[in-house]
Write a protein that binds this ligand. Structure first.
Ligand SMILES: [Zn+2]
Length: 382
């Protein structure tokens, strides 16, 4: 019953690029869509009213972080993740796999699951495919992700194959547990996305995509294991390979992407949903994206007397009200407001890029527009 609350409707395409609407119990998500990351139940430094005001329709939460702090049972007790953080739109939680393998100290990984020590207090924990489904149900996200093994970027073929095999075994167990919870009438309704791995090995990518579809039908697909340090051409080739393998009528979520130019490249190859911590992480270092000058760092001396908005083409509240000179002063003084104002701009920049892509795909002008956009963005001085 639960997945009936979800649907993906494709509305237009321009080449491989697509416009769609992903329907969830907490509202519709027009795609292509960038989803701000709310790691610990917060998109760093912003209120949920501000995040909504940026045009974001769906946001992320991190299972690993919320499980450790404040704890998924406490979140449920306080009304579930939506109510706890006061976000009324759809939420996607990741499985924690990426954080377990990147942040935590792994003690032991086996077919059973992953034993790790918390990066917060060193305590020992076990994540299994079943427990990760339980935690995400308890948190109450709309879309939950299957537990996967994400091997480090640059892993050799044998290691990548091993991770694929384990991820497939875990996927079958995730699905079984997910269906058990549905059969129990467990609230709320959720959609489960699998996470494809396979590094940049075409054979492993194809095999994984086929194996996943043999397991069953899916409400959408997560593409993992990219943007982990591989060369860009290898990433684009992998996306082209998966475009051939994945059903066209399911949303495709490219995990951990991205930067503005990566997002457009992926949209042009048929991908729909994106997330990345770069907008707020870059803001912390004074780095902002602009449509005419590419990526800029506001610490640069040339902004000292610059009274123009950060990006004259941007419609965010930062660009409407503040000068580059003021932003530079805030960044140079390590003022919290500088971080907030640049975060607002960077997040709006990506959300708006999704909106612009959507409009151009519908008009059949996407490829010319994105080609010009990328040329200008990449040609600009940083
Ligand atoms: Zn702006």
């Amino acid at each position: 019953m639960s997945e009936n609350a979800f649907a993906f409707r494709l509305e237009a395409n321009d080449g491989a690029a697509r416009v769609g609407t992903f329907t969830t119990p907490h509202g519709d998500v027009p795609t292509p869509a960038f989803m701000p990351v709310g790691t610990l139940g917060t998109v760093k430094s912003l209120s949920m009213e501000e995040v909504g005001g940026l045009g974001a329709r769906m946001i992320l939460g991190n299972t690993y972080h919320l499980y450790l702090r404040p704890g998924h049972e406490l979140v449920r007790q306080l009304g579930g993740l939506h109510d706890f953080m006061r976000w009324t739109g759809p939420i996607l939680t990741d499985s924690g796999g990426y954080q377990v393998f990147s942040l935590a100290q792994i003690r032991d990984i086996s077919d059973e699951g992953a034993v790790f020590t918390s990066h917060v207090d060193g305590s020992k924990h076990l994540f299994t495919p079943e427990s990760v489904m339980d935690i995400q149900r308890t948190l109450g996200a709309d879309v939950v992700m299957a537990f996967d093994e994400c091997p480090p970027g640059g892993s050799d073929h044998a290691h990548a194959r091993e991770a694929n095999e384990r991820t497939l075994k875990w996927l079958v167990r995730c699905r079984r547990r997910f269906e058990e919870l549905n059969a129990q009438g467990a609230y709320p309704a959720q959609a489960l996305f699998p996470v494809l791995q396979g590094n940049v090995y075409d054979d492993l990518r194809r095999e994984h995509a086929r194996q996943f579809q043999d397991v069953g039908d899916w409400a959408g697909f997560g593409i993992g294991g990219l943007s982990v340090g591989e060369a860009k051409p290898a990433m684009w080739r992998t996306l082209d390979v998966l475009d051939e393998e994945l059903p066209f009528d399911r949303p495709r979520y490219l995990m951990g992407v991205g930067y503005p130019d990566d997002l457009l490249e992926a949209v042009s190859r048929g991908y729909d949903m994106f997330d990345c911590v770069a907008p707020t992480r870059n803001a912390r270092h004074g780095t902002a994206w602009t449509s005419e000058e590419g990526q800029v760092n506001l610490k640069a001396a040339r902004f000292r007397e610059d009274t123009r908005p950060l990006d004259p083409n941007c419609d965010c509240t930062t660009c409407a009200r503040y000068t580059r000179a003021y932003l530079r002063h805030l960044v140079a003084s390590a003022e919290m407001l500088g971080f907030r104002l640049i975060s607002i701009h960077n997040l709006r920049f990506l959300v708006r890029l999704g909106e612009q892509a959507r409009r151009h795909i519908a008009q059949g002008t996407f490829h010319g527009w994105s080609g010009d956009w990328l040329e200008r963005y990449r040609g600009a001085r940083g």
